[in-house]
Ligand binder design. Structure first.
Ligand SMILES: Nc1ncnc2c1ncn2[C@@H]1O[C@H](COP(=O)(O)OP(=O)(O)O)[C@@H](O)[C@H]1O
Ligand SMILES: [Mg+2]
Length: 112
């Protein structure tokens, strides 16, 4: 299993969620966050404040999927979240050791 952590622009959330559901994702975690990338948030908000870092609101998605689905899901997020402008976000993919559905005791891919 893989954990996909993606930051996206907040207005893209609904479109990305829909595309992911269509692609077979059955669950995800969504968090409102603030962050910065290589522009330190500057050009995304306004010019000036050259030495300060500006935190920009983003949505963080955390999605655990079978390893075989990971590439397709990353591609779906990339296609859907992309505007071509700065601040479109980043995607990280990590290995997941274990999953468990509390209600049934199912484990790993059956728990997703
Ligand atoms: N190296 C990083 N580690 C963790 N989170 C990051 C990193 N780079 C960017 N992010 C997160 O992704 C969000 C969007 O980054 P973005 O501005 O699109 O990246 P960049 O400017 O580097 O292309 C940031 O607000 C931050 O929350
Ligand atoms: Mg940036």
């Amino acid at each position: 299993m893989k954990l996909i952590i993606a930051t996206i622009k907040p207005f893209k959330l609904e479109e990305v969620r829909e595309a992911l559901t269509t692609a077979g994702v059955r669950g995800m975690m969504v968090t409102e966050i603030k962050g910065f990338g290589s522009q330190s948030g500057h050009t995304e908000i306004y010019r000036g404040a050259e030495y300060a870092v500006n935190f920009v609101p983003k949505i963080k998605l955390e999605i655990v999927v079978p390893a075989t689905m990971a590439d397709q899901i990353v591609e779906t997020i990339t296609k859907t979240a992309k505007t071509g402008k700065i601040g479109d976000g980043k995607i990280f993919v990590l290995d997941v050791e274990q999953a468990l559905r509390v209600r049934t005791g199912e484990t790993n891919e059956e728990a997703l």
